[in-house]
Design a protein around this ligand. Structure first.
Ligand code: TIU
Length: 234
């Protein structure tokens, strides 16, 4: 991954401008997997209307293109488990009353299991060569992964955070990142929830109290800032 140019402009955000740099910035795309966005996957087995997450896709496709054009490193994450479920805590496996559990066979293969069709990222946002894909067994992208080491070794200090779901894996990851000293900007129309109320409050929680966990801005503001930057060379 490349280390971005230090002279990026600020993003118009709440609770205030998010100045890109002087460290590196990366676009983090959390769990845009078929298992959460398509019928028959993990999200639907939990009783959710997966159609609610579709609205994230068009703005995120645009943001991803803008990030790639600006030379901003892109990191994708996927929630899921080894085929033998040895990295799935029994408490997670037992949780709730899903119609099918993690590891069961669903319409898109075994639910939330690595290597299955449903576990992979939706076609519209498929990673390209050179983009990191972090497989994570938990909700947070730092737990039981090497994400912290990757960010540190590549000089990345800021994350443009996108993906699903706002109040679960996005929030958990932002809280983990914030405690580790990373600055997070959550892109409001590029994160999604099965619950409109959680989406609204989840975003408010990030930027409340002077930005207790980070910043929030829409994709237009982020893309404007990225478009005003020089194209980076890898
Ligand atoms: N259930 C729910 O809203 N989310 C998850 O289980 N995982 C993620 O958010 N990726």
């Amino acid at each position: 991954m490349s280390v971005p140019h230090p002279a990026f402009p600020a993003v118009d955000a709440v609770p205030g401008p998010f100045p890109l740099g002087p460290g590196g910035v990366a676009l983090l795309i959390i769990d845009m997997q078929r298992d959460f966005l398509l019928p028959g996957g993990f999200g639907e087995t939990l009783g959710n209307d997966v159609g609610l997450l579709r609205q994230v896709v068009p703005p995120l496709v645009e943001l991803l293109a803008a990030a790639r054009a600006a030379g901003v490193p892109v990191i994708h994450t996927r929630e899921g488990h080894r085929p033998d479920l040895s990295d799935c805590p029994p408490a997670k496996l037992r949780r709730g009353q899903p119609s099918r559990r993690i590891g069961d066979v669903g319409a898109n293969g075994r639910i939330l299991v690595r290597g299955e069709y449903g576990h992979d990222i939706i076609d519209e946002l498929a990673p390209v060569a050179g983009e990191l894909v972090v497989d994570k067994p938990g909700k947070g992208a730092f737990y039981a992964t090497d994400l912290h080491e990757v960010l540190t070794s590549t000089g990345i200090t800021q994350l443009l955070v996108t993906g699903v779901t706002t109040e679960v894996c996005v929030h958990t990851t932002v809280r983990e990142a914030n405690d580790r000293g990373f600055e997070c900007l959550v892109v409001s129309d590029c994160v999604g929830s099965y619950f409109p109320e959680f989406q609204r409050v989840g975003l408010e929680m990030v930027a409340a109290q002077g930005g207790i966990f980070g910043w929030v801005a829409d994709s237009r503001s982020v893309i404007s800032a990225l478009a005003a930057t020089p194209v980076l060379t890898c």
